[in-house]
Design a protein around this ligand. Structure first.
Ligand code: NDP
Ligand code: X2W
Length: 340
């Protein structure tokens, strides 16, 4: 089986990571590569690590360029996917790395993103209860945001099994590639190096409703989340510290987590006493996770690390493609990190 795959947004960070993984995927042939203003330049000018594709010329992001492929990955800014997907036809698998189709509630979309909601697609986090079944055979997939991937997986077992009260506090540190390859003053080396900064504080980050949506479905009741992201001086990786008040009788918290993720190829509950590091997850399609109880504070504490570009975007997207096409879910994906 050889699947012809196009990548829109190939000059960006998510597009580059998609191509790195797709070049190592045994069932994939890389077809059209598209961009915005950088159309007409070669991929090698933007992604020097992708040597086999260095001479490929980036096309404009048009339906004509993307048509004729069995799979189209969209690694574009928000707002582009609905129109492209509608023109590509129902038989093409469209995997959207953007936010357009993640939220199920149109009112939440209007509040957090503005404008009319384009509708929700099957949500590309297979490890959430019930999600994998909806991804098998799907032809439209909404890949989660990077923070929602790691936070949802860190807290889902606690909420699914009633180990905690339904209100969580999350502080998550992210590398700068999470912000994309944009020329923004706050992303300049001189601003970021040697300094960490909180942003989107006070419930204002647009990933809050996505995290709340995921955890409320898992818990079967409304969950509130106080989410604070922090920009850190590193190119990749997210480390999320998630806490919630313990329920009256939580039982063996670690055993509950171990049972939940038993057999999940991409979620690694660390041995007791060891805590996740972003470094250990870099380049791998894995979430590293640890959980404990803080008895004095009466809180469950879960810490999780992920590479925002791999399991946090592109790796998760390839995992979902595998499920949708009926391939083994782990095809072309490694959990091995890069160290040191
Ligand atoms: N970075 C991350 O960790 C994560 C990103 N995502 C999502 O993935 C998507 C891509 O993000 P990311 O790679 O970080 O962003 P980048 O800014 O790095 O890349 C954006 C890509 O989209 C292209 N593009 C920009 N504007 C247009 C346009 N008007 N028409 C066509 N193409 C355009 C750019 O081309 P050009 O170079 O020509 O401008 C580039 O290839 C976004 O929706 C983002 O939210 C999701 C999870 C995590
Ligand atoms: C460090 C940083 O800036 N991170 C980004 C996360 C973006 C992301 O995950 O993607 P979506 O835009 O597709 O949701 C942010 O906070 O906006």
């Amino acid at each position: 089986m050889t699947v012809r795959v196009a990548v829109a947004g190939a000059s960006g960070y998510a597009g580059g990571e998609l191509l790195r993984l797709l070049l190592g995927h045994p069932e994939v042939e890389v077809g059209a590569l598209t961009a915005g203003g950088n159309a007409g330049t070669t991929l090698g000018q933007h992604q020097p690590h992708l040597v086999p594709l260095a001479d490929r010329v980036l096309a404009d992001t048009t339906v004509d360029a993307l048509a004729g492929h069995e799979v189209v990955f969209l690694a574009l800014p928000h707002g582009h996917s609905a129109e492209i997907a509608a023109a590509l036809g129902d038989d093409v698998l469209v995997v959207d790395c953007g936010a357009d189709h993640r939220l199920t509630d149109p009112a939440a979309w209007r509040r957090w993103y503005g404008g009319e909601h384009a509708g929700s697609w099957p949500y590309g986090l297979p490890e959430l209860p019930g999600a994998r079944e909806k991804l098998r055979g799907a032809r439209r997939i909404a890949v989660p945001g990077c923070y929602p991937t790691v936070v949802s997986l860190a807290l889902a077992p606690a909420l699914a099994h009633g180990l905690v009260e339904p209100n969580a506090v999350v502080v998550a540190v992210s590398g700068t590639s999470g912000a994309g390859r944009n020329l923004k003053p706050h992303l300049l080396g001189s601003e970021v190096m040697g300094s960490a900064s909180a942003y989107g504080v006070g419930g204002t980050h647009r990933h809050t409703p996505e995290i709340v949506q995921n955890l409320s479905v898992v818990a079967g009741r409304p969950v509130s989340v106080s989410f604070t992201p922090v920009l850190a001086p590193m190119p990749r990786g997210i480390l999320a510290t998630c806490t919630a008040p313990l329920a009256a009788d939580p039982g063996d918290v670690r055993a509950a987590y171990a049972t939940c993720y038993d057999g999940e190829p991409f979620v690694h509950l660390l041995p007791e006493g060891r805590w996740p590091t972003t470094g250990a997850t870099l380049g791998g399609n894995a979430v590293h996770l640890q959980v404990t109880v803080d008895p004095d504070a009466g809180r469950l504490v879960a810490v999780a690390a992920v590479d925002n570009l791999t399991k946090g975007t592109a790796g998760g997207a390839v995992q979902c493609m595998n499920l949708a096409l009926g391939l083994p879910e782990t095809t072309g994906l490694s959990t091995l990190g890069v160290a040191p």
